[in-house]
Design a protein around this ligand. Sequence first.
Ligand code: SF4
Length: 343
Amino acid sequence: MSSSPRLLVVAPNWLGDSLMAQPLLTRLKAKASRVAIDVLAVPAVAPVFRRMPEVEQVYEADFRHGRFGLAERWQLGRKFSGRYAQAIILPNSWKSALVPFFASIDLRIGYVGESRYGLLNLLHPNPKKNAPRPSMARFYTQLSEAPAKTLTEELPQPRLIADPVRSIAAKVTLGLKPAERLVALCPGAEYGPAKRWPAEYFATVASKLKAMGATPIVLGTQADVPTGLTIEQLSHGAALNLCGKTTLDQAIDLIAGSSAVITNDSGLMHVAAALDIPQVALFGSSSPEHTPPLSEAARVIYLAVDCSPCYQRICPLGHFKCMRELTPERVLEDYAQLTGAAV
Ligand code: SF4
């Protein structure tokens, strides 16, 4: 049995945030290479942690959204008892800190969040309300430092392990040919419609890509199925809707096997960045400074209209200019510059 000190990280519940947590893990390993990092994650994000070289073991806990799950958290905490020297809790909620508390882990680190005095014992102050928001990656990585010390170093970019054999297997399973040149379209954004480029614009882009010899595939969750079908229909079948038809693992494998990605500011945008796949990332109500795709192969389009970023889930002004004025022609232009394709 290994005698390495072990550290438990309680993962964020959102896919994009989970990718943004990787620089923290890299930094923890750089500071103490012998430390073994395990991650406690919900099933919706667990697959990305399995592809991070810094992580030794991933525990999936299916605490249903909105449910307190006190008994389950107690049982899991007791199972972890005596196993970890410290824990870092990335979500800000009270309940997310319960498992490390029940496990009696000596050092429990996180932001104050929901007044978690006592539950945590190394508390970082919440960012001030009116201060500029740090990037999510910096926000999480700050937890590798003492609360009084500001992290100034450059951060490493998230990088997931890709496997070309798995990419081919995912293509074949989903009825695609191994040699097809895929362009992945990711029209979802769990946060809300204000982050979603219009489906008809995606359809226009898909038709053009198909005419250029690529196979546009639409990736997303079950919640994105209506959008995926709309894109498929409006593009007269140029786009293949795979929303809700893949596991997250398959979606990652398909992105890894794509020649390019066109995406909203979403979890899959961060997946594409962590796989270093060329991408055009479309920002509307959110800011590319806060959650940028961390990859040299990414091009961000952000119109910076007067009202943006508003960070609202639904456009409060109704006109949705930040996305409506971002035309398919502009996206295709950036795609062509990025990939060298002639449009
Ligand atoms: S208020 Fe402005 S930034 Fe926010 S969703 Fe509407 S158009 Fe976009």
